[in-house]
Design a protein around this ligand. Structure first.
Ligand code: NIG
Ligand code: FE
Length: 416
């Protein structure tokens, strides 16, 4: 299948020279845009692009006239928990009344509430609900997504979640990465015995997950009231023994030491980062770990904001993902993340687009094939509605600016 998209008002996120794995510091503000452009895909990959006056003659299976429309690389959403059962608007009300995240967790709400429901749900129910969410995020421009387990918290239920993710991966046009998150919370069977639960994770859960090759990464919620740095180290060390790299929840609730532990074990990313100071920035500066901010969770929980600008000033890259989950961020709309990136974190639209495409691709281990418009990369992109500029996307917030979606070189028109 060979496709030509012509008369593109602006083809954004283009890389024509050396391909970058991620964009750091000042480079984050560089977003190459070719005005009045064409784009050719062939067999699911990007084959060629350039200005209209250099467009080659050729035979195509499909020609799209993108008059007045922009083309951007699909979002890569590197942090979600979108396999879940039920919803949690009761807690939402508790939060409005002023209860903290930890207070809600202590009352058996929060993550454990989703655990209860997930354990009772069948694989089919979970699969169907998650597939609908995938369809929704595709239509908002997402082309790759990481999905975590972490609402099972027993071998049986974690395997159930991971098998659902595997099935989604087999049947969805999205690029999907699976993260095993057994240390999301201490399940009620282990209440007060977190160390025993960590033993169980290491001895019983990890080997089985690795044997069935169900996960690409391993995550730990290393924070006050959840898992300690020592427990996190044990899990990350054991995971590396199975060839599984860490991707962590860290420093959301406190200067928990999570960032430093993540860096020590060469985690691919450390996510949340509301509590980041000089020590955390210093640790990240000599690492291969992607600092990832989750603006939707900070918004929804009304938390203090991660110091994104400061990290960028120190030359760090910053990635931004949705954290789509039923408790702290019930939305996978990455266009909203762009708006929050600009308004709340003072990122420029160019920085925000890099933070949600190339840098999140890095945080999923796929930046060599995804996250920008480059020859040979997977043809994952969207065509906007007619809009005046790229900046208009975060500016005109709250509505969908995506008109057509192409994933792996094929137009996606919604679930059949
Ligand atoms: O990323 N911080 C920890 N975990 C999730 C919350 C999941 C939930 O509340 O169900 C998060 O925000
Ligand atoms: Fe999360």
């Amino acid at each position: 299948m060979k496709i030509l998209i012509k008369n593109i008002k602006g083809l954004a996120g283009v890389e024509s020279d050396t391909l970058r794995e991620a964009r750091c510091g000042k480079e984050m503000d560089k977003l190459t845009i070719i005005s009045d452009a064409y784009l050719i895909t062939n067999g699911g990959k990007i084959e060629d692009f350039g200005p209209m006056n250099a467009m080659p003659n050729g035979q195509y299976d499909m020609v799209v006239d993108a008059d007045e429309r922009f083309v951007l690389p699909s979002f890569c959403d590197s942090h979600t928990h979108l396999v879940y059962a039920g919803s949690r608007e009761i807690e939402y009300m508790d939060k409005i009344r002023g209860l903290s995240y930890e207070e809600i967790a202590q009352r058996g709400g929060g993550i454990l509430n989703s655990v209860e429901r997930l354990r009772q749900a069948s694989e089919t129910e979970l699969y169907e609900a998650a597939m609908e969410r995938l369809n929704e995020i595709i239509m908002y421009g997402t082309g790759a997504v990481e999905i975590k387990s972490g609402y099972g918290l027993s071998l049986e239920s974690e395997l159930k979640m991971l098998r659902v993710i595997r099935k989604l991966r087999e049947n969805s046009p999205l690029e999907i990465k699976a993260t095993f998150l057994p240390a999301h919370a201490v399940p009620k069977e282990y209440a007060g015995r977190a160390d025993d639960y960590v033993d169980y994770i290491i001895k019983d859960m990890l080997p089985e997950v690795a044997r069935e090759k169900l996960a690409d990464f391993v995550d730990v919620f290393c924070d006050r009231g959840f898992f300690t740095t020592e427990q996190t180290e044990r899990i990350l060390f054991a995971a590396l023994g199975f060839g599984l790299r860490g991707k962590m929840h860290a420093n959301e609730l406190d200067m928990s030491g999570g960032v430093q532990v993540g860096v020590k074990y060469n985690a691919l990313s450390v996510d949340h980062l509301e509590f980041v100071g000089a020590k955390e920035i210093k640790a990240l500066m000599t690492s291969q770990t992607m600092p990832t901010i989750l603006p939707g969770a900070a918004f929804f929980l009304n938390m203090k904001l991660s110091p994104a600008r400061e990290m960028i000033q120190y030359g760090l890259p910053v990635a931004m993902a949705s954290d789509f989950n039923p408790g702290s961020s019930p939305s996978g709309n990455m266009q909203l993340i762009l708006s929050m990136a600009c308004v709340n974190y003072r990122l420029t639209p160019a920085e925000a687009i890099n933070a949600t495409t190339l840098n999140t691709a890095y945080a999923m281990g796929i930046s060599q094939t995804h996250g920008s418009i480059a020859i040979g990369k997977v043809a994952n992109f969207y065509i906007t509605k007619p809009i005046p500029s790229i900046e208009y996307i975060p500016y005109y917030y709250g509505t969908n600016k995506v008109e057509r979606v192409f994933l792996k070189g094929t137009e996606y028109k919604g679930m059949t």
